[in-house]
Design a protein around this ligand. Structure first.
Ligand SMILES: [Zn+2]
Length: 162
């Protein structure tokens, strides 16, 4: 994805209030991130366990989604629905996003299982391997995995904004 600024990030959120988007912690190392290797930007709030965020490039600019998760992940091996990486030992969390607009204010949310470090972009490029879990298979095709990851993330964002 193309590099984005703190201002881009703060104005991109579709499922939290303007006030919350102004206060939420943005990664400090934006200048040093490997943007060429990222299909989306994902990070967690170090001061508030259970909260994390992702920003996805869209046709009309970046789209940000605020997420919540249970802080204790499952011990069982689980597969990320974004990048299909299997982790065990709590490396995948069930994350939920309040829906955008009125539906979200009524308490509706969308949930899915995602890598707890939100490094899906690095897993599909084989730049990072799961600490615990299955090693990459020989038939692993990064180009195909990248395309699939983008499709899955966009489908998730569409469900949140729907
Ligand atoms: Zn993942």
């Amino acid at each position: 994805m193309d590099p984005i600024t703190e201002q881009d990030i703060r104005s991109s959120f579709i499922n939290c209030s303007k006030g919350a988007a102004k206060r939420l912690p943005v990664p400090r190392d934006l200048d040093e991130l490997p943007w060429d290797d990222l299909d989306f930007l994902g990070w967690s709030d170090p001061a508030a366990p259970g909260r994390c965020y992702l920003v996805v490039p869209g046709d009309d600019g970046p789209v940000g989604v605020a997420l919540r998760h249970q802080t204790a992940g499952s011990r069982r091996a689980q597969m990320c629905t974004f990048c299909s990486t299997t982790h065990s030992g709590g490396g995948v969390w069930l994350m939920s996003a309040p829906k955008a607009g009125e539906a979200g204010r009524r308490g509706n949310s969308v949930g899915t299982y995602i890598c707890s470090d939100l490094d899906c972009s690095l897993y599909v490029r084989r730049k990072k391997a799961p600490v615990l879990g299955r090693p990459f298979r020989d038939d692993f095709d990064p180009a195909q995995r990248i395309a699939q990851l983008r499709e899955n993330v966009n489908a998730f964002v569409a469900r949140v904004s729907d």
